[in-house]
Design a protein around this ligand. Structure first.
Ligand SMILES: Cc1cc2nc3c(=O)[nH]c(=O)nc-3n(C[C@H](O)[C@H](O)[C@H](O)COP(=O)(O)OP(=O)(O)OC[C@H]3O[C@@H](n4cnc5c(N)ncnc54)[C@H](O)[C@@H]3O)c2cc1C
Length: 423
């Protein structure tokens, strides 16, 4: 049976796109080589980040670059092969992170973030997933007074301009709401009040996918090897020996998206930013009430159904580069000083890649060289937050309805004539 639309990739982004398309009555097939929510959307820190109105810039200060070089920092690491492979993309990322450009981009990016809670809420309610959501915000803990003050200035701007809610906490305040955290090393914290924490990120994607199927959507577990457009304009989605057909196709394959797009002559500068996680047994009941970021060391501890999940910052590594445990082991040593934790639950850490683009914004919209091919890729640090928002925006565009945010800023066209990236 030919489908109206095939969505490739059942992470948070693809599942949300499929859900919105089905919600508008389309006959949709969602395809993934795994069950829904098993890859990046499983392994993240599980924050629905209403506070993330400023995208993550490339660290531009010379002192930052120097301190990264010995490859010993807890927050940023690299594998030389990754830096060499992605060098032009990283240079472009640095270019877009210059303050003037970054401010302009942040304004566009924030238009997406603004609606993340409402868009998740609609799907949470439909999928009966409220038991996975904690609406208490999360804590950004600072050791250095200086870094706290810098972040507070940003927080104030986020509050004034974009409706972010926060509260400043003293070490004593932190102790009242997180009694097991060693607050002696912290000068204070920012409590992001209107962000949410998910106790099982992969589980939330599965609930959304289950609801999509309950509403009449279809899911197939298949690896897509390539797609091509027939002379009648329909798309053939080739999964080994099986060929599936649809009028329209959406690529939402996260960090692997270029494997399907390059053969169609698209060369978007997508690059991976790796992160690791590991779960630890909680030692005391109700060990953490909130996720906590040790901001000066760049790792996060989150209370999950599976245990305390420690997630790391970035490692610049090739998508298929070998795992390196140094960064997460260092973070674990630091973390044990601020929170009592039991043994690691899994024998080795999980790792996955944030799908990034140099201008820190995703591509959401039509692919410009083909009809009826749509893209939802490159959500970097906030794809878990932005899946439902992306689903709504892409459904608006596919159904030719007035989009609820200006889609121009997220168009694939913007890479058509940028430097080495003629896409
Ligand atoms: C350590 C870490 C912490 C993070 N924390 C947060 C956070 O707290 N909040 C937040 O908002 N974001 C966070 N992120 C970012 C977020 O996880 C990603 O942006 C998001 O998961 C990307 O979703 P996606 O659906 O695009 O990709 P994915 O979840 O990777 O989904 C892509 C899917 O495509 C499938 N696929 C790929 N190729 C094929 C193929 N050829 N055939 C069939 N299927 C295919 C894959 O199997 C996969 O299921 C974090 C990321 C990391 C690594």
């Amino acid at each position: 049976m030919a489908h109206d639309i095939i969505v490739i990739g059942a992470g948070m982004v693809g599942t949300s796109v499929a859900w919105h398309l089905r919600d508008r009555g389309a006959n949709v097939l969602l395809i993934d080589r795994n069950d829904p929510g098993q890859e990046t959307s499983y392994g993240n820190a599980g924050l629905i980040q209403r506070e993330a109105v400023f995208p993550h810039p490339f660290p531009r200060a010379f002192s930052d670059t120097l301190s990264v070089l010995p490859n010993q920092r807890p927050d940023i690491r690299y594998q030389l092969s990754g830096v060499l492979r992605y060098a032009p993309k990283l240079m472009a990322y640095r270019y877009f992170s210059a303050p003037r450009r970054w401010h302009a981009l942040a304004n566009q990016w924030a238009q997406l973030i603004r609606s993340c809670l409402d868009e998740h809420q609609r799907m949470i309610q439909a999928a009966d997933a409220d038991d996975l959501i904690r609406r208490r915000g999360w804590l950004q803990l600072h050791r250095a007074e200086e870094s706290l003050q810098v972040e507070l200035a940003q927080a104030q701007r986020a509050a004034n301009e974009y409706g972010v809610e926060f509260e400043v906490l003293s070490p004593e305040d932190i102790k009242t709401i997180e009694p097991h955290v060693n607050t002696r090393v912290f000068s204070g914290a920012i409590h992001w009040k209107n962000s949410w924490q998910v106790a099982d990120p992969g589980g939330l994607v599965r609930r959304y996918a289950d609801d999509f199927i309950a509403q009449g959507g279809a899911f197939k577990r298949k690896r897509v090897s390539r797609i091509h457009q027939s002379s009648n304009g329909h798309w053939q989605v080739i999964c080994g020996t099986e060929r599936l057909e649809a009028q329209q196709v959406v690529i939402a394959a996260g960090p692997w998206s270029m494997q399907l797009l390059k053969p169609l002559a698209y060369h978007f500068p997508l690059f991976p930013k790796r992160g690791y996680h590991w779960h630890y047994q909680p030692i005391v009941e109700r060990t953490l009430q909130h996720s906590i970021l040790d901001a000066d060391n760049g790792y996060l501890l989150g209370p999950m159904n599976m245990g305390i999940r420690l997630t790391t910052g970035a490692e610049m590594a090739p998508l298929y580069g070998p795992p390196r445990r140094g960064q997460i082991q260092l973070c674990e040593r630091i973390a044990r000083d601020i929170l009592p934790m039991g043994k690691a639950i899994e024998p080795q850490p999980w790792y996955g890649a944030r799908p990034c683009l140099p201008d820190m914004k995703p591509i959401i919209g039509p692919a410009h060289k083909h009809d009826n091919l749509w893209l939802a890729i490159g959500h970097a640090h906030q794809g878990f937050t932005l899946g439902p928002t992306t689903g709504r925006l892409l459904a608006d565009l596919i159904f030719k309805q007035t989009p609820f945010v200006d889609p121009q800023a997220f168009s694939a066209q913007r890479f058509k004539s940028f430097g080495p990236f003629t896409c």
